[in-house]
Design a protein around this ligand. Structure first.
Ligand code: GLY
Ligand code: MN
Ligand code: MN
Length: 440
């Protein structure tokens, strides 16, 4: 299995600590277990920031980073080994495993955190944490601080500054290392295979969930623990619902089906959308819309390179889509004016992409100092233009209504431009029709 090597977690912790102010401490909690319903838990997914710094896969754990601390800069609080619990729920690393297998300099049982952590915080000037994202943890943090404050008369020194960790950590996460790109390529490869499988399986009379099952099978067979987000399998008019999740409608001859789905490998997402005809052959209207979306995506790729700014790719898609809609008579007027008045938004109401990484909508600022961010090598993003013609749009001829097309690929910025990670699934009309014909 392709995964992030242990040494990379060490490197990340060191890089973060190098950016922290002197005499400071960073504290991050693991994700909580989420209850699905009585006695049943949701599949556990580690918090992305926590995973990024530790690779530690268990709940009930807290990372503490103290740059410059002589007795160890990296302390991990975690669950202790417990034969009874491990019999029921599976193995735990325990404090020994945290040191041996996960690089902690020191480890303590999570049950002792209230006794130990105030002592680690005491005397540090500044605390870095993800303030505001975990109310319960914020409350605990203040309790630990108050323990120190209550001992001020004994000479204890509580920290005076509380800093959001996100700014430093999320900027680090925005730049993908070679190891991260390798994992993302693997997630992309498996997701491409899943889309190909779903295309091949597509038949009128099946259901949206029949194709979702093909995706899930390929994801799991490829070693992915889960999809990176709820798969969207949207046939016919459902393709016009951007985040459709119901996935239970029947696939009808003559309709398109839009699938937006990707798996996650070692907590790195892929995010692919393809749209194809249920029965394997595009109608003239479907093809006309599809070709515009595809051309707009090609135009966007050309705008992704170092020194181009974040919005250039989006602007390219808007121009091609608006011009294409005018040509088809779906919009009337001057292209520049239609762009300025945002008239295209009736058909193209979302942005051309987002950062991609451990979170499908990954962290990282899109603007710096009020200006669109300039792209740099290692940034990963999606390129996902679309056209959606509402089934209720009375301003267009009936033949266009209910057509929704999105095409989405994942790219990483390279020195020369960008590498498309998700090229392994066809997307020209000819290639899709050929693949589907061969599967009939
Ligand atoms: N799958 C959600 C998105 O494409 O942004
Ligand atoms: Mn996306
Ligand atoms: Mn998507």
């Amino acid at each position: 299995m392709i995964h992030i090597p242990k040494a990379e977690y060490t490197r990340r912790r060191k890089a973060l600590m190098a950016q922290m102010e002197p005499n400071s401490i960073a504290i991050l909690p693991a994700a909580a277990v989420a209850i699905r319903n009585r006695d049943v838990e949701h599949v556990y997914r580690q918090d992305s920031d926590f995973q990024y710094l530790s690779g530690f896969p268990e709940p009930e754990a807290v990372i503490v980073l103290m740059p410059g601390r002589q007795h160890g800069e990296y302390v991990l609080f975690c669950r202790e080994r417990n034969a009874e619990r491990e019999l029921w729920d599976g193995l735990r690393a325990g404090t020994e495993g945290a040191i041996r297998d996960f690089g902690a300099d020191d480890a303590f049982p999570i049950t002792d955190i209230d006794d130990i952590l105030p002592g680690l915080i005491e005397g540090r000037d500044r605390v870095y944490s993800a303030m505001g994202s975990n109310a319960e943890f914020d409350r605990h943090l203040m309790e630990w601080i108050n323990v120190i404050r209550s001992k001020a008369h004994l000479g204890a020194q509580p920290p005076n500054e509380f800093v959001a960790l996100d700014h430093l950590l999320h900027d680090m996460r925005l730049y993908k290392s070679a190891a991260e790109v390798k994992v993302m390529r693997e997630a992309a490869r498996i997701s491409c295979a899943a889309h190909v499988k779903a295309m091949q399986a597509s038949r009128a009379g099946l259901y949206e969930f029949s194709l979702e099952a093909e995706l899930d099978y390929e994801f799991r067979k490829g070693g992915a623990k889960m999809p990176a987000y709820g798969s969207i399998v949207a046939a016919g008019r459902n393709s016009c619902i951007l985040h459709y999740q119901q996935n239970d409608a029947v696939l009808k001859d003559g309709d398109l089906v839009l699938i937006d789905a990707g798996c996650e490998i070692d907590c790195y997402a892929s995010d692919i959308t393809r749209t194809w005809p249920v029965s394997g052959k595009f109608s003239p209207e479907q093809k006309a819309i599809y070709e515009i979306v595809l051309a707009s995506q090609e135009a966007a790729f050309a705008e992704i390179a170092p020194d181009k700014h974040w919005n250039q790719a989006h602007e390219a898609t808007v121009r091609v889509i608006t011009a294409g809609l005018v040509k088809l008579g779906l919009l009337q007027g001057d292209v520049d004016e239609l762009i300025a008045s945002e008239a295209y938004k009736v058909f193209y109401m979302h942005r051309a992409g987002h950062w991609l990484g451990m979170d499908v909508h990954d962290v990282g600022e899109y603007k710096v100092g009020g200006e669109w961010r300039v792209l740099e090598v290692g940034m990963a993003l999606t390129v996902e233009p679309g056209i959606y013609i509402s089934p209720d749009n009375q301003n267009v001829a009936k033949k266009w209504r209910g057509i929704g097309v999105r095409i989405e690929d994942d790219v990483v910025v390279t020195k020369q431009g960008c590498e498309i990670l998700t090229g392994g699934v066809p997307k020209t009309v000819a290639d899709i029709e050929a693949l589907m014909a061969a599967a009939r």
